[in-house]
Design a protein around this ligand. Sequence first.
Ligand SMILES: Cc1cc2nc3c(=O)[nH]c(=O)nc-3n(C[C@H](O)[C@H](O)[C@H](O)COP(=O)(O)OP(=O)(O)OC[C@H]3O[C@@H](n4cnc5c(N)ncnc54)[C@H](O)[C@@H]3O)c2cc1C
Length: 487
Amino acid sequence: MNSRSKPSCRLVVVGGGISGLAAAHRLLEGASRLNQAIRLDLLEAGRRLGGVIHTVREQGFLLEGGPDSFISEKPWAVDLCRRLGLETSLIATSPLHRRTFILRGGKLLPVPEGFHLIAPYRFGSFAASPLLSWAGKIRMAADLVLPRRRRLSTGEDESLAAFVRRRLGEEALERLAQPLVGGIYTADPEKLGLRATFPQFLEMEQRHRSLLLAMWRDRKRQPSPAEDHAAGPRYGLFLSLDQGMQRLVERLRESIPAPSIHLGCKVVSLRRHDQARNWEIELEKGPPIQADGICLALPAHRSAGLLEGLDPDLAAKLRRVEHASTATVNLAYSAEDIPAALDGFGFLVPALEKGAMLACSYSHRKFAGRAPGSGALLRAFVGGALHPETLECNDRELIARVRRTLGELLGISRAPLLSRVERHPEGMPQYGVGHLDLVAWIESRTLQWPSLQLAGNGLTGIGIPDCIRRAEQCADRLLARISRRAP
Ligand SMILES: Cc1cc2nc3c(=O)[nH]c(=O)nc-3n(C[C@H](O)[C@H](O)[C@H](O)COP(=O)(O)OP(=O)(O)OC[C@H]3O[C@@H](n4cnc5c(N)ncnc54)[C@H](O)[C@@H]3O)c2cc1C
């Protein structure tokens, strides 16, 4: 509560993940700037803040159970870190070992230098790479002569799989695009809508006709080998925090007055309230809360549950955003127990290799401070839209399966010093074909209630910077509304 004047406005944020915390922080920042008295409440169902962000320290290892980094190209997370005084805690990926491997036929093959997401911008190393057969490479090269598809009309969309198959061929889809691009969303590329996830590929085709030409013409904007001796993701763009991602959560928590934060407080529904306040929030336990404005910072399917009574059509549309379940399996070792050189940041497993995992990060190679001097930390990513069955087993079996795969690929036979599984049931939204139309419908439907804002990762971006941006926009809209109100 702002101490300068009597509270005149009660704002509630539901959900204490990065979206809810960023919204709450922005509401406090904005209210102070506007000299507007507010009472703020952040309601979180769980016993801790952070949502899927969860860093654990154990035996000198720093284990990330959820996200381990964010991209700096989208500025909103970096901006927030700066405003929170965390600038000096930001760390970039380590300059050494910047490369990724992809599994093919039981072997880990490096993504060739100068390859970005779905196509190379340097052709020499790609031509020499065994990641694709010659037939696959020749089919990819056909992109140079294939005509561009007619411009998609408004509302038309295409799946990642259809697009890559059309331009670059089936092998490029199965061996490169699915693990490198689809893997970011842990998605089925046949369902992943390009417009909402990688619109730049559609734009490249429209502007340059050929993706390979587009990459080649754009190569000056790509890092030089000296700057980023990298393949696959552009590693120089990824940032984390020296104490792990949880540091951002802690700093946000510190910026919000303790009495505003309510843990173990699950919201079950929202109702319009026609008296003094706009909304009545029903809780699983305890009396309802009245609020002038609400920001729902929840996964789309959770927001749907709360809005069912208010607007069943809106709830139904929110439920159309599908979600995949994933888990991370952190395994800490003594470095001498790993026979393989681990000369990279990790590897990706194409779905057709039928491995136990989607990807594995060599966390101690990727960021400094993840393992003590003689330690090595491996983090497997499992489940996703293409492998939901992996998550049916219990933690012990999951660890055993991951260990078996690491044994085959990296020659590790010793037991890890410690292991930790963290599950994220329905934690990864899947932006399907036509997602942008769905979002447009939802945005226009909710315009009727300017005092109700929908944040979270279900609509306009799943990455941490996108979640922060949306949460801050929601907070700004609530503030704009209350600052216009008569005193
Ligand atoms: C395993 C994994 C790895 C990822 N890796 C990366 C990465 O490296 N980089 C990146 O940028 N992004 C990554 N992402 C995506 C990104 O982390 C998430 O999209 C983002 O953190 C979601 O934050 P959120 O606050 O919107 O949702 P959540 O983190 O899901 O938080 C929602 C909160 O709402 C609470 N809640 C739910 N229902 C209720 C209710 N009824 N009442 C009150 N509270 C409720 C939940 O308990 C939870 O705390 C990853 C995601 C996962 C799952």
